[in-house]
Design a protein around this ligand. Sequence first.
Ligand code: ZN
Length: 235
Amino acid sequence: MSPNSTLPGEEHRTTRASWLRAAVLGADDGIVSTASLMIGIAAAAGSRSAVLIAGTAGLVGGALSMAAGEYVSVSSQRDLEEADVRLEARQHKADPEGELRELEQIYRERGLDADLARQVAAQLSRGDRLSVHLRDELGLLEHSRARPLQAALVSAASFASLAVVPIVALLLAPASLRIATIATVSLASLAALGALGGHAGGAPMPAAALRVTVGGGLAMGITALIGRLLGAAAL
Ligand SMILES: [Zn+2]
């Protein structure tokens, strides 16, 4: 059995790679940036309502900026893919024979002998020739094409839903433990999320959890320090 074949109960993961990436990025960012913002304001001796407003503004601004950023970045990926598709379509119009030979050559390089490569290329070219070339020559698969709108929506939704975590932590925290509660709840959620992301991506869970928790902890620590300094300077 080849290493690429799928066993029962085992699922290939690359098909969900693109939206998973957007979701994980949005979720981590939603917790880290919102919690850091709130902790910074709290460390500068901001009132509970100031911290709450900062968190809410952070949620809305962050989700929208996440959506815009993902849209732009995935769109440029999509533009590149579409330029490739147009170029390939032009080549097919200009030189169909050459394209058939190109396809034969691809199959020979993958290990078919000359006769079989010619047969395979000829048979596959009877249907949708262009998509055969897109797949076997350029590696463009329909299920893994760049989807700007999907990436934008997924990352904004995951950012907003996880940005709620530090806000709820603030609402439940006793006055003297605001910063500690926001930090603890946020870091625990980050660890859980990291483990989940690692699991979905097929990576070891403890390492994935540690990775996001250390990064998030650093971000919160640094903004707490800056908030404290700015608060002390009474800006
Ligand atoms: Zn081609």
